[in-house]
Design a protein. Structure first.
Length: 256
């Protein structure tokens, strides 16, 4: 089973590489260098904050878009091309296939994240800014946010069309960073229905701001290990939940 998972994951990584997803890294490098050149007139303190925030923000945006499209597109592509009929007739469990595809997406995104993170750290060094623990934490913890989105995208791809899957997964990213604010706003509402809706939405949507440490990195605030472990555990629970749901849905889907 492990060999099958590794083979499916590696095949997904190779497919993504053939689609020239490495262009994303090149785009990130060019945008980062151009932006740095445009903000050299700022003060030292403001300059560092802007460079860190812009670099991490651009990295997050590009990787989120990539994670959403890869997680929703690869599985849907197999179904649209009808190649899924060949796969399900082989001695490969449907659950193994879904998990393998998800691992392939995570592998692809993680490799690009490592490359973009290295470029970001090099850029900081070139402009005379040190790389602190807060920046390393932010880049590292971004992995868990991407894992959540990739697992949700894979879940959506097991039963929905590609466009719908992309829109829902993208909406989860936006709502996930606003879930705490929406919950507080709903709590202050006078109508019981709005309060209830806010509470339900808060628990149904992953709180992505809990696993994002970009703002801390911008102000060089190092997070304690307990906070990082708690955030990682929270993310893994969501990944396990979404992956389990994806396996169950895919196993019960009728491809006739």
């Amino acid at each position: 089973m492990l060999a099958q998972l590794a083979a499916i994951a590696w095949n997904g990584f190779r497919e993504a590489r053939r689609n020239r997803v490495t262009i994303v890294v090149a785009i990130f490098a060019v945008v980062l260098m151009l932006a740095t050149a445009l903000i050299t007139e700022l003060t030292v303190t403001t300059f560092r904050r802007v460079v860190v925030d812009f670099g991490l923000g651009t990295m997050t945006l590009l990787l989120v878009v990539l994670a959403v499209f890869l997680s929703t597109g690869q599985l849907s592509k197999e179904i649209d091309r009808r190649t899924i009929f060949l796969l399900v007739t082989k001695p490969i469990g449907r659950g193994t296939f879904v998990v393998g595809r998800l691992l392939g997406t995570i592998l692809t995104v993680s490799v690009l994240q490592a490359a973009m993170g290295a470029l970001f750290f090099i850029e900081l060094d070139l402009v005379g800014e040190s790389v602190g623990a807060a920046q390393v934490q932010a880049v590292g913890m971004l992995t868990f946010e991407l894992m959540i989105l990739a697992s949700i995208g894979t879940l959506m791809a097991t039963f929905a069309e590609t466009l719908t899957s992309v829109m829902v997964t993208g909406s989860v990213f936006l709502a996930g960073h606003l879930s705490s604010d929406l919950y507080q706003m709903a709590s202050k509402a006078k109508a019981p229905a709005i309060k209830a809706a806010g509470q339900v939405a808060y628990w149904l949507i992953p709180n992505l701001s809990r696993v994002s440490f970009r703002s801390q990195a911008t102000y060089d605030q190092v997070s304690p290990g307990e906070t990082l472990l708690s955030a990682a555990g929270y993310a893994l629970v969501w990944v396990a939940f979404a992956t389990s749901a994806a396996v169950i849905v895919f196993q019960r889907r009728d491809f006739k």
